[in-house]
Every structure is written in structure tokens, then in C-alpha cells.
Design a protein. Structure first.
Length: 90
């Protein structure tokens, strides 16, 4: 990669996808009767990290998602049980 190409790189932050993931995480937590604080404790993540995921302030790593899924004892597809709209070609 050339230096000029590195300057044009952008961070990936799919707002819609992260909002849907946050909504699904909240739904699952609620169904299981687990608070953000309890999820943080059980998953060994910080409360602020769970809160920032659920308020779409951060883009969690896949390792963080794995930890959350294992802690909630749900398959990954359960956390990702939502539909993304395709990007428009505008």
C-alpha cells in the first residue's frame, strides 16, 4: 500500500448494522433478565463497554461479540438475527 492510499482509508462504522446489533443485544438481555451490569461482570467486560455497544458508540470486535454470545449462552446467529438493507448504488 502506498502512503497516499493510507491517507484515504476510512474506519468502518456501519451505523445501521450496529444499531440493529445493539437492539438485538438489548432484546436478548431483557428476555434473559440480565442487566448490563450483570452481563459485564459475567463476560469480564466493563459496564461502559456494554453500554457503549448498546448505544452504538463503539464498533465492537468480533472477539467481544464472541464473549457476549457465550456469556448469554446464545448462538452467534441469535445475536445477528436481523436483516440489513443492501447499500444503494447512488
Amino acid at each position: 500500500m502506498k502512503k497516499d492510499e493510507a491517507k484515504t482509508r476510512k474506519l468502518i462504522f456501519d451505523q445501521e448494522g450496529l444499531q440493529l446489533l445493539a437492539k438485538r443485544l438489548k432484546e436478548i438481555r431483557s428476555e434473559k433478565g440480565i442487566s448490563q451490569e450483570e452481563l459485564a461482570y459475567r463476560s469480564e467486560l466493563t459496564l461502559s463497554q456494554i453500554a457503549r455497544i448498546e448505544t452504538v458508540r463503539i464498533n465492537p470486535t468480533i472477539s467481544t461479540i464472541f464473549k457476549i454470545a457465550r456469556t448469554l449462552e446464545v448462538p452467534l446467529q441469535e445475536l445477528f438475527n436481523f436483516e440489513l438493507q443492501p447499500f444503494s448504488n447512488k
